[in-house]
Write a protein that binds this ligand. Structure first.
Ligand SMILES: Cc1ncc(COP(=O)(O)O)c(C=O)c1O
Length: 417
């Protein structure tokens, strides 16, 4: 395994780290794999695989309740990840870190627990037109259940948010502004701090939730600097395992929220005459959690922090510029999302074939891209398409991957065009 670069090394070529990702040396359809679907789920470095295997091989057990050594070691390792995550996103305390299954569950937790408790009919929630379904549907469920109203910030042609349109949506009834940090379908990095400052200047009592699923992967995040109240992300896009996600919430808000689910581990006492609940974060973690996965996520965070999130962001930006120039060689492409601030996510259609036909030809050449609505159907509708093709980068993506992708696309055009 390569030695991680020191944090202060600027513009390090992070693609050297690809040796740490065993899958990248494998073949797909008899061709070296060119993995350009990290936005959907990232590959895992050996360090994550080892951390998880180590638990399973050496001291697997349930956590929190065992008085024997294995359970105590596991409990310590599991709880230590809370502190790691708090430091990673600059949370005030590890008690603000709630483990969930994924981003989707984190947002549902807020909608169900906070939303059902504090919202009433007619209250308004603002989201954006570029949300993943995970940040639309939980709020729509509240529309049907308690009659709240969803308002949507429009998306401009270049894939940026219409910030003027946004200000016009704020009103007396606004209770929550929930929006995506970095769009999985456009790559747009939203001006999160600015949006939150606008909300709080309008009314500091309006809460904000940031869907950080992509944002936390493509650059550094400091939740206190952002000024948000909730921040959600998922482990599997951050080079960690699937089955684990994080909800960060300001402690004073989490403390007012009732349990999301009931069961073991989240109670203080249970009796048939009444049950009392633990303080956050345990209050929101009913049942046996994803022990091995949480420990794997801790290893993933160690891994990316050793490289430095600033370095990953700078590297990706350089690679994005390289890819956009290289893609000029292919005729007939339309790109969606050309914002000033953009992560390594390229969405496009071709006037010579449907995205799924392109993806099938690319697959035969060992190139993995994603096609479809990317769980952003309203955004697809906004741009008048049913699907786009999407190439998304990880810290291991390199120029050779981009060149292979462009060659494969050129071949697809010859075959389909
Ligand atoms: C921006 C964004 N939000 C939410 C999600 C949902 O993540 P998960 O399925 O892990 O809950 C994704 C995953 O694609 C995403 O990209």
């Amino acid at each position: 395994m390569t030695m991680p670069a020191r944090k202060e090394d600027k513009m390090v070529d992070v693609s050297v780290y690809r040796r740490d990702f065993p899958v990248l040396s494998k073949e797909m359809n008899g061709k070296p794999v060119i993995y350009l679907d990290s936005g959907a789920s990232a590959q895992k470095p050996q360090a994550v695989i080892d951390a998880m295997t180590n638990v399973l091989n050496n001291h697997y057990s349930n956590i929190h309740r065992g008085l024997y050594n294995f359970s105590q070691v596991n409990t310590e390792q599991y709880e230590a990840v809370r502190g790691k995550i708090a430091a990673f996103i600059s949370a005030a305390s590890e008690n603000e870190i709630v483990f969930t299954k994924n981003t989707t569950e984190a947002i549902n937790l807020v909608a169900e627990s906070w939303g059902r408790t504090f919202l009433k009919e007619g209250d308004e929630i603002i989201i954006t037109g570029m949300e993943h379904h995970a940040n639309i549907v939980p709020w729509q469920l509240l529309e049907t259940r308690i009659g709240v109203k969803l308002k949507v910030i429009p998306v401009l042609d270049n894939g940026e948010l219409d910030l003027q349109g946004f200000e016009a949506l704020l009103g007396d009834k606004t209770k929550m502004v929930a929006f995506v940090h970095t769009s999985n379908a456009l790559g747009t990095i939203n001006p999160v701090q600015q949006v939150i400052a606008t909300v709080k200047a309008y009314n500091p009592d309006i809460l904000t939730l940031v869907d950080g699923s992509q944002g936390v992967v493509h650059g550094p995040v400091d939740v206190r600097e952002l000024g948000c109240d909730f921040f959600a992300f998922t482990g599997h896009k951050l080079y960690g395992p699937n089955g684990v996600g994080v909800l960060w919430g300001r402690y004073d808000i989490l403390d007012t929220m009732p349990p999301y689910q009931g069961g073991g581990d989240m109670i203080e006492t249970v009796s048939f005459s009444g049950t009392t609940f633990k303080a956050p974060p345990a209050r929101f973690e009913a049942g046996t959690p994803a022990i091995v996965e949480v420990i794997g996520l801790g290893a993933a965070i160690d891994y990316v922090q050793a490289i430095g999130m600033h370095n990953i962001a700078a590297y990706e930006k350089e690679l994005l510029d390289y890819a956009m120039t290289a893609l000029n060689a292919v005729d007939g492409l339309t790109f969606y999302g050309q914002s000033q601030q953009k992560a390594g996510i390229i969405s496009f259609t071709a006037d010579w074939a449907h995205p799924s036909d392109i993806a099938m030809i690319l697959d035969q050449q060992g190139v993995a891209i994603r096609t479809g609505h990317h769980c952003c159907m309203p955004l697809m509708e906004r741009f008048g398409v049913d699907a786009t093709a999407r190439a998304s980068f990880g810290l291991y993506t390199n120029r050779a991957d981009i060149e292979a992708f462009v060659d494969a696309l050129t071949k697809a055009k010859e075959m389909l065009g």
